[in-house]
Design a protein around this ligand. Sequence first.
Ligand SMILES: [Zn+2]
Length: 89
Amino acid sequence: MRSEMASGNELDKIARHAADAPIWRADTHGMTGQQILKLYKTSAICPRCERLAFRDKGWQARRIARCPRCGWRGRAVTVDEYITGNLYK
Ligand SMILES: [Zn+2]
């Protein structure tokens, strides 16, 4: 947890890291961190490895998501919430 909002550089790093998984690489190729953030801000993010995650069965009721990279499954927040809540590592 941090007390201050992420800087532009930090946001860029978070976004690039989030998309740094084989399954997202083709879709985000050549994009800046800002472009990635804009496109995926309502996507779920994996709290374990901080990559973009899929909304799974149970998202509507309990925000259940599944990470295609590390296999984590559980309650998740969106990329937007992750950043505004200063939840990133
Ligand atoms: Zn993960």
